[in-house]
Design a binder for this molecule. Structure first.
Ligand SMILES: C[S@@+](CC[C@H](N)C(=O)[O-])C[C@H]1O[C@@H](n2cnc3c(N)ncnc32)[C@H](O)[C@@H]1O
Length: 465
């Protein structure tokens, strides 16, 4: 049974030519078609938001007796809530929190990684091999705060290979930005020596990390990098340096034959396609999946990279670090929906020659891209219908003096859909069996065990939505 919302597999194919930014810009033949479809999608969203934005502007103008421009920014979060509320898997994390170990910060990220461990055959194979033979597993979790991925791996191992955890065979460390997300669940506070604070876009930080941890020593590396972007429609461009840096660090840390699971966003631009091609040239298999509990509307997917070919990678480390240093953006003009003209947006040129991209690869990328976009468009349609239905309520919330949390509004819609959420949560638990771990969970994670009254040694905050 296919266990994921999407599942694409690429086999190893060696890279030809050197690694360095190209002098000229390249794109794929379907790039314009993709851009046009994305613009249409944005225009449809704007058409839903604009009447309300105009109504708000008119009300403001009346109050201030001067004309105010219609701006969709303040109501966009409500549309996002309408879209997210209709994700049938969105209730899984909440229901896990109600039944698993108390204090377990079961968020969506926890469910995603548990799903990946339980059902992605390459990941399951590595964990089972270590779990059954009781050989130590060394893992690194990159760009990892508030740190649910290591907790989910610990949880999976504890559920299926308790003796492995009892013998302390899981050795892990993690990285995060110094001023990134907070240590919400005190995992870092309780295990400070395991954490390295760094910027994955910096080659000097990456060199320091490799020196501290030792290159080529890890069986399993994950990377879950993400940041707020300035413009959703150019997210892929804005994420390139983070994705490149995350991949370089992951490759440098992995053992020969090792396994990596990296979050990556859309692959439409030539520069990001080079990252995918690089992975295909360095691993036996590259699988792209989207777990059910990865939010249905966002562009994230997980690249499952198995069977690392370290001897092929070693000569590439320096050119890749140099690439991080020379990653200077080139400006190109694109038409951004609603901008009324062409806007200069920074982008990065590719770093592998076009000889690496045969027709079959290009066609597969095209299919993956459009399958992903179609899913997102369908979700947007459902969300827009909900937005129209809730028009009056949203308008009153958006114009109210009190600050309304669009998440509270989302929860209200989700309550109406709770039967659907319950059914999906039940289905999820059938597909990915999971039970409480008890004391070993608190011992291995260091998370304070809540007392009967619900308080731990230190109060742990409830996970954010
Ligand atoms: C989606 S969150 C990771 C969530 C995590 N996997 C979990 O389960 O709790 C993305 C993380 O990437 C980190 N990040 C973003 N840009 C980074 C950078 N340049 N270097 C290092 N970490 C970065 C953020 O601080 C954040 O902790």
């Amino acid at each position: 049974m296919q266990r994921h919302a999407c599942n694409y597999l690429f086999d190893f194919e060696p890279i030809v030519g050197r690694i360095a930014f190209l002098e000229t810009e390249h794109s794929f033949e379907w790039y314009d078609e993709a851009s046009k479809t994305m613009e249409e999608m944005r225009s449809r969203t704007d058409a839903t938001l604009m009447p309300m934005a105009e109504e708000i502007a008119a009300r403001r103008a009346k109050d201030a007796s001067s004309a105010a421009p219609a701006d969709t920014a303040s109501i966009e979060p409500f549309l996002a809530s309408c879209i997210r509320a209709h994700d049938p898997w969105a209730g899984v994390a909440l229901r896990l929190r109600q039944t698993l170990d108390r204090g377990l910060p079961a968020t969506n990220a926890f469910a995603k990684m548990y799903e990946i461990c339980s059902a992605v055959e390459e990941v399951k194979a590595v964990l089972s091999r270590h779990g059954t033979t009781l050989t130590p597993l060394k893992a690194a979790f990159l760009a990892e705060l508030p740190a649910l991925f290591p907790i989910a791996v610990i949880y999976y191992l504890g559920n299926f290979f308790p003796a492995f955890l009892q013998h302390n065979l899981f050795d892990y460390c993690g990285t995060s930005l110094p001023d990134g997300l907070t240590d919400q669940f005190s995992l870092v506070g309780e295990n400070g020596s395991k954490w390295h604070f760094m910027d994955h876009t910096s080659s000097s930080d990456t060199r320091k990390l490799i020196a501290e941890l030792g290159g080529g020593k890890f069986d399993f590396v994950t990377g879950d990098i993400g940041k707020e972007v300035v413009n959703l429609w150019t997210k892929e461009r804005e994420m390139f340096r983070e994705e490149l840096g995350q991949m370089v660090a992951a490759l440098a840390l992995l053992k020969d034959g090792g396994l990596a699971v990296l979050k990556m966003f859309t692959v439409r631009e030539y520069s990001t396609a080079c990252l995918l091609r690089l992975a295909i040239g360095l691993f036996d298999k590259v699988r792209i999946i989207k777990p059910f509990t990865s939010r249905i509307y966002n562009e994230e997917t997980y690249w499952i990279l198995s069977g690392f070919k370290k001897p092929l990678f070693d000569p590439m480390l320096e050119p890749l670090l140099a690439l991080m240093d020379t990653a200077t953006a080139v400006l190109s003009s694109v038409t951004l929906p609603g901008s009324g003209g062409r806007t200069p947006i920074p982008f990065y040129r590719g770093f592998l020659s076009p000889a690496n991209f045969d027709q079959d690869f290009i066609e597969r990328m095209r299919r993956i891209f459009f399958a992903d976009l179609t899913r997102r468009m369908r979700c947007a349609e459902v969300g827009m219908a909900e937005f129209e239905q809730q028009y009056d309520l949203i308008l009153s919330m958006a114009t109210s003096k009190e600050k309304i949390d669009p998440y509270a509004f989302q929860v209200e819609i989700m309550k109406r859909l709770s039967r659907l959420m319950d059914e999906h949560a039940e289905k999820w638990r059938e597909m990915f069996p999971i039970s409480q771990l008890g004391s070993i969970f608190y011992r291995v994670t260091g998370i304070p065990r809540p007392s009967v009254t619900g308080r731990g040694r230190r109060e742990t905050r409830r996970p954010s939505p």
